[in-house]
Design a protein. Structure first.
Length: 210
């Protein structure tokens, strides 16, 4: 779709020696822009009424002279190529943006995992109840944004799954951990500027110390 139209000769209903390659190019460009319906037997290099009707409709829609003729470097070929250029730029912009956004999300996911692991190591040395630790860590990561909140939630689920498989936790213990994670995430999302230490103590105050 993104190759420019470069006719060798004029394409019209009265041209006796139309280049077959030109016919194919015109039909494909018209099809790309919705002005030519590909027949069930495929696109051929022979002219047909549908192609010339498509040329006229394209010309009318783009305020060009409606004569069913496309000349090399003429106004209709130029307009088709302008549209191709626009599609190229749009497609490039969309793909670049998708790539950039995907990269940034991936970066945030990775940073959340690293941050959570560091905080977990620090909290492991503190004399706090395990549920308080779960809530506090989840709250602080969730305050950073929706990507971080989703990442910490997924990380919590995976950790409890592994603990279950390894027999480190009972089902009820894992469920309690996940509830603590969820509470921390909930508080972090609702209070992105709040003090997570104070926010989670509202629920886990009695569990503050071991």
């Amino acid at each position: 779709m993104y190759d420019f139209l470069k006719l060798k000769k004029e394409v019209s209903e009265t041209t006796a020696d139309i280049e077959p390659d030109d016919v194919l190019s015109v039909k494909n460009k018209l099809k790309d822009f919705g002005y030519y319906q590909e027949p069930e037997w495929g696109i051929t290099n022979f002219t047909d009424n549908q192609m010339f009707d498509g040329i006229r409709r394209f010309q009318a829609d783009n305020k060009l002279q409606v004569d069913g003729i496309i000349k090399p470097a003429g106004e209709t070929e130029t307009k088709i190529n302008e549209k191709i250029k626009t599609e190229r730029l749009l497609n490039k912009g969309i793909l670049s943006n998708i790539y950039y956004q995907g990269y940034k999300i991936g970066e945030r996911v990775a940073n959340t995992r690293i941050s959570a692991e560091k905080k977990a190591d620090i909290l492991a040395k503190e004399p706090y109840n395990d549920k308080y630790k779960h809530s506090l860590l989840s709250c602080e990561e969730a305050q950073k944004g929706s990507v971080e909140a989703a990442t910490i939630a997924a990380g919590g689920l995976y950790k409890e799954y592994k603990d279950q498989k390894l027999g480190k936790n009972t089902f009820s213990e894992s469920l309690a951990d996940l509830k603590a994670d969820a509470y921390g995430i909930y508080k972090g999302i609702l209070n992105p500027k709040g003090n997570c230490d104070e926010l989670v103590q509202e629920k886990y105050k009695k569990h503050f110390r071991k």
